[in-house]
Design a protein around this ligand. Structure first.
Ligand SMILES: O=P(O)(O)OP(=O)(O)OP(=O)(O)OC[C@H]1O[C@@H](n2cnc3c(O)ncnc32)[C@H](O)[C@@H]1O
Length: 176
């Protein structure tokens, strides 16, 4: 499979997300910021997926010379069944105007106190990760994943896997 032959439009200019698409496809995406249509801080898997899909569809409509629109969305979800724990999830939606696929990257537990502050203070995760790490714009860099794993996993790595998962059905004959 050669992912690099396609022109991609990516619905953000976020550096970590752009790097993820570059790593996954070996192509240079056309980056354009578009609204996610969901809250700035999605608090469920459903909302996170919806944001990714909205971005993918909007950016393909706005960049008509692209062939696939990519929407990358980060969000939080709570597992109220087994672990009573909040998780950070990273989702990619891919849309070619006819077919939609969604890939989900690593889901990673985040300290519940972060999610509690997000709700109580009405702030976004990046504010807390910036505060804890001493960085600015941590969400354009290694992100929460890098802080929590002491740089073993970075945000771009997680989105790279989500992008590969969303794109593979377009390229592999095994899905026909
Ligand atoms: O520029 P865009 O593409 O909007 O990217 P974003 O990082 O601001 O926005 P997302 O919609 O992907 O994520 C929702 C919120 O969660 C934050 N977030 C998600 N993953 C994060 C991470 O790994 N580290 C820090 N903040 C993160 C993010 O900064 C937002 O405030």
């Amino acid at each position: 499979m050669d992912f690099s032959t396609i022109r991609y439009a990516l619905g953000t200019t976020n550096a970590a997300k752009k790097a993820a698409v570059q790593m996954a496809t070996l192509a240079e995406p056309i980056c354009q910021s578009v609204p996610s249509g969901v809250s700035g801080q999605p608090m469920s898997e459903e909302e996170t997926i919806a944001g990714a899909i909205n971005r993918a569809k909007t950016v393909l409509a706005e960049v008509p010379h692209a062939q696939i629109g990519l929407g990358l969305e980060g969000g939080l979800m709570y597992d109220d069944r087994y672990t009573h724990q909040w998780y950070l999830i990273s989702v990619c939606a891919a849309w070619n105007g006819a077919e939609l696929h969604v890939g989900k990257g690593l889901s990673f537990p985040i300290p519940n106190k972060a999610a509690e502050r997000i709700q109580k203070e009405n702030i976004e995760l990046s504010v807390i990760i910036d505060e804890w790490s001493g960085l600015t714009n941590s969400n354009h860099q290694g992100g929460a994943y890098a802080l929590l794993t002491e740089d073993r996993i970075r945000r771009a790595d997680v989105f790279r896997d989500a992008v590969l998962a969303a794109l593979t059905p377009f390229f592999s004959k095994l899905y026909e």
